[in-house]
Design a binder for this molecule. Structure first.
Ligand SMILES: [Zn+2]
Length: 333
C-alpha cells in the first residue's frame, strides 16, 4: 500500500462515521470537505430507479447517492490533462473534487431477485445510503432479495446489507456470493495491521456489513456462473478478488464492471490513473486497460457502480484513451 496518509486525511473516506453517527463524519476534516463543497442531494431529480432488459432478464439500476473526494486521490492526476479529458467528454471539471455517483443493480430473472452490490451504509453522509429507498421505489421489499453478488466488499458496495446500529442483516433472505480472495482479504489480520488507520476504518465498516452473512455466504473464484446467464468475471486490482458480472440472455449482453473505474470524467481518457483505494494500483490499471479494450472491441453494453446514474452505456476508442456513450432509454422495460 503506497497511499500516503495525507491523501486519506484530506477527505474522510468511508469513515466509521457511518457506524456511529454524524459526529464521526468529521474524521479527517480539516476544512477540505468544505472546500470541495457539498454534493447536492439528488433525490428530487429522478425516482432513483431505471429498468432495462437484457434479453429475457430485467436489470434495474438503483441510485444510492453521490459523494465527493479530492482529485488528489487520483494518482497520476494532471490538471491540464484532466481539464482536457473533461472537455472532450463534455463533462464538468472541478480541479478540487471528484464527484462519484454510487449505483447498485438488481437483476430479476425467473423468480430470482439478485442484488449486485447494495450501496452505502445509512448515515455515512446525507447524500448517500438511499439504496433501500430505491429498492422500495422499484417495488421490491428487502426480503424479496434472494442473492447478493458482491463485486467487492468495499463500504460503498455492502452498505445496504446490515443495519449499522443494530448489526442485524437487512436482507434477511439473501445468500451472499463473494470472491473467496476478497472475503479473506477483508478479514486478514496482517493486511489490517499493515494498513493506515483510514483504510482500517473502511475494513471495519466492510466487516460489520458482511459478517452477519457469514453462515449465508458462498465464496467463489471469479469466472464462476452464479445463476443461468450470470457469470462473474475476474477484474483484479481494485481489490485482489474484484470481479464483474456478465449478463447474457438471447442475443443481448451486459457487463457490470463494479469499480473498474472510479472517476469517469478522467479514467476513460487516462486508464493508467490509479485511485488511492486501488489495493494493487498496477494490477488495477492493467485490468482497466484490458476490460476497456475488450468492451470497445466487442461493443458490449457496460454498467458500473461509479458511472453516472444509471450507468448503462458503451465504451468507444477516443482521441485520448476511451470515451463513454450513455445507452439510450429502453422502451421495452
Ligand atoms: Zn466503490
Amino acid at each position: 500500500m503506497t497511499v500516503s496518509r495525507r491523501i486519506f486525511t484530506r477527505g474522510a473516506i468511508l469513515a466509521p462515521a457511518a457506524l456511529a453517527g454524524p459526529a464521526l463524519l468529521r474524521v479527517g476534516d480539516a476544512g477540505e470537505a468544505a472546500a470541495a463543497g457539498p454534493v447536492e442531494a439528488p433525490q428530487a431529480q429522478t425516482p432513483q430507479v431505471q429498468r432495462r432488459r437484457v434479453g429475457e432478464i430485467e436489470v434495474i439500476a438503483l441510485m444510492d447517492g453521490a459523494l465527493q473526494r479530492p482529485t488528489g486521490m487520483l494518482l497520476g492526476y494532471d490538471e491540464t490533462a484532466a481539464s482536457a479529458a473533461a472537455t472532450l467528454a463534455h463533462r464538468r471539471h472541478d480541479p478540487a473534487a471528484l464527484t462519484l455517483g454510487i449505483n447498485g443493480y438488481v437483476i430479476r430473472t425467473g423468480d430470482r431477485v439478485i442484488a449486485v452490490d447494495t450501496g452505502s451504509p445509512a448515515g455515512l453522509a446525507p447524500t448517500l445510503g438511499r439504496w433501500h429507498a430505491a429498492l422500495a421505489a422499484a417495488g421490491l421489499a428487502a426480503d424479496r432479495v434472494d442473492t447478493v453478488v458482491l463485486t467487492h466488499p468495499h463500504p460503498d458496495h455492502v452498505g445496504g446489507m446490515t443495519d449499522p446500529r443494530s448489526g442485524m442483516a437487512r436482507l434477511a433472505r439473501a445468500q451472499v456470493i463473494a470472491s473467496a480472495v476478497d472475503w479473506a482479504f477483508t478479514f486478514d489480520a496482517a493486511v489490517y495491521a499493515a494498513s493506515p488507520r483510514e483504510v482500517q476504518v473502511g475494513f471495519d465498516i466492510s466487516r460489520a456489513m458482511i459478517a452477519p452473512y457469514d453462515a449465508a455466504k458462498t465464496l467463489i473464484a471469479p469466472g464462476a456462473e452464479v445463476a443461468p446467464g450470470l457469470t462473474t468475471v475476474a477484474m483484479p486490482g481494485h481489490t485482489p478478488g474484484h470481479m464483474g458480472l456478465r449478463v447474457d440472455s438471447g442475443r443481448e449482453s451486459l457487463l457490470i464492471w463494479g469499480d473498474l473505474l472510479i472517476a469517469p470524467a478522467y479514467q476513460f481518457a487516462h486508464p493508467d490513473w490509479a485511485f488511492a483505494l486501488d489495493a494493487d494500483k498496477a494490477a488495477a490499471a492493467a485490468t482497466r486497460a484490458r476490460v476497456l479494450d475488450m468492451a470497445a472491441a466487442d461493443r458490449i453494453m457496460v454498467a458500473g457502480m461509479h458511472l453516472d446514474f444509471p450507468g448503462f452505456g458503451h465504451v468507444e476508442r477516443a482521441r485520448q484513451g476511451y470515451g463513454f456513450v450513455a445507452a439510450p432509454w429502453d422502451y421495452r422495460a
